[in-house]
Design a protein around this ligand. Sequence first.
Ligand code: UDP
Length: 238
Amino acid sequence: MEKPQYGRVILKISGEALAGNQGFGLEHNMLTTVARQVAEIRALGVEVCVVVGGGNLWRGIAGSAQGMDRATADYMGMLATVMNALALQDALEKAGSDTRVLSAIEMRQVAEPYIRRRAIRHMEKGRIVIFAAGTGNPYFSTDTTAALRAAEIEAEVILMAKKVDGVYDSDPVKNPQAKKFDRLSYLEVLSRGLGVMDSTATSLCMDNNIPVIVFDLTKEGNIKRVVLGESIGTYVGR
Ligand code: UDP
């Protein structure tokens, strides 16, 4: 029997990852690969919750750059994450998983409200919890949501799923000489301005000693590899 390294994890999936090669919206193949991979680690006995982003549909900062009120644009971004959460729920249930969407903005017809104790109870019952609507506050990101929820529900690690296989010192798409880091400290991430996650999220992880593993979601089986302790991607910790 394969032995997972973690009992409870938060998987952060950016909206961009869900868009796959389309660059916008939702790519069916990405939803199904995520669903299969999540079901795989749930089958190992790992308690899983997912924080979904919304950047494939809308980003608050883009709206505000066009002159829109930033808070309004951010609420639109949070609503975008709810659409992604519902799409992911559908894919997970088609893959045979039991799921619940918990929204930080009350929306009773489509999701349960976020209640910390309820989230923990769902996970204990084997359900996959999807956190929607970010933190419920403008000026934050879903990376910060992942850090916040990880602290609240005592997740042991944040699995930061990306379309690249880790953190590099420069963009590996533009620079073939870019160097990949196997391990980084929170302070290195902050001082070098590395694009792991935003500084609010990094600080929250640092203050609460929550490790983050950045890895490539597009390679089937990678979530399981990370959970089993294989050193793929980049580990960010103390
Ligand atoms: N957002 C927000 N508060 C939160 C989480 C998200 O205002 O707590 C908004 C923000 O406008 C952001 C958008 O939702 O641009 C989508 O989230 P994010 O950019 O984090 O998604 P990702 O980059 O992971 O796809």
